[in-house]
Design a protein around this ligand. Structure first.
Ligand SMILES: [Zn+2]
Length: 229
């Protein structure tokens, strides 16, 4: 037990160090390097899970929970693997031989699991992503991977929606981008006001999807549940 608390205090001290250095530098690029250098060890992460089990009121040493910190840390590697991805790089390979195709490209019902950054509980939903190509198109699975790269981080839905749309706009430079995200937040369904069936819808429209009502209507009709899906 002594060892366990010892490790935890070290984590705590490192936490303080991050805050101090962060305010001194205030440079986004450097803070990213810094965060990766100050990333706790796997043992420290497992110790933190043991602390939460104790906080919940259980005994981390009992048989059923003995392997839990290891499993939780592994699960976190999956839940948050988006931090290892560069979403812009996913879109960097494009195709120009499209025989003048300049109509909407839409990928709808992209299922995703994310985690809310306020409670660290799941956000489960789907995203619809469309763009109007300007000469260049991208492999369709890449749009789903961009959604995945942003979903597998600590998120709020509004930010994630904007990040997906902005990345596509910046890298592909299309005539327009539309992103609609619908999701259920377990921080609302399992705690707080406990409204089980509530889902949240966010959207970001850029270029022609923002400026041209016809284009926007066409997109919304294609993703509406009445469109034969
Ligand atoms: Zn939340």
């Amino acid at each position: 037990m002594n060892n366990f608390f010892q490790t935890n205090q070290n984590v705590h001290r490192k936490g303080i160090a991050i805050v101090t250095i962060h305010t001194q530098m205030q440079l986004e690029d450097d803070s990213e390097v810094l965060l990766s250098r100050l990333r706790p060890s796997r043992a420290e992460a497992e110790a933190a899970v043991r602390t939460l089990i104790l906080w919940a009121g259980d005994d981390p040493a009992r048989e059923g929970l003995a392997g839990t910190p290891d499993r939780v840390v592994r699960a976190y590697e999956e839940f948050f693997c988006g931090y290892q991805e560069d979403p812009a790089a996913l879109l960097s390979r494009t195709f120009e031989e499209v025989d003048g195709y300049d109509e909407m490209v839409l990928l709808r019902d992209i299922g995703f699991e994310s985690h809310c950054e306020h409670h660290m509980v799941p956000i489960i939903g789907k995203a619809h992503v469309a763009y109007l190509p300007d000469r260049r198109v991208v492999g369709i699975s890449k749009l789903a991977r961009v959604v995945e790269a942003f979903a597998r981080r600590l998120q709020i839905q509004e930010t994630m929606t904007a990040q997906i749309a902005n990345t596509i706009e910046q890298v592909l430079e299309p005539r327009g981008v539309a992103v609609v995200v619908e999701a259920q937040h377990q921080c609302m369904t399992t705690r707080g006001i406990r409204k089980p069936a509530v889902s949240m819808v966010t959207s970001r429209m850029l270029g022609a999807f923002r400026d041209d009502p016809m284009t926007r209507r066409e997109f919304l009709a294609m993703i509406s549940p009445s469109s034969g899906r």
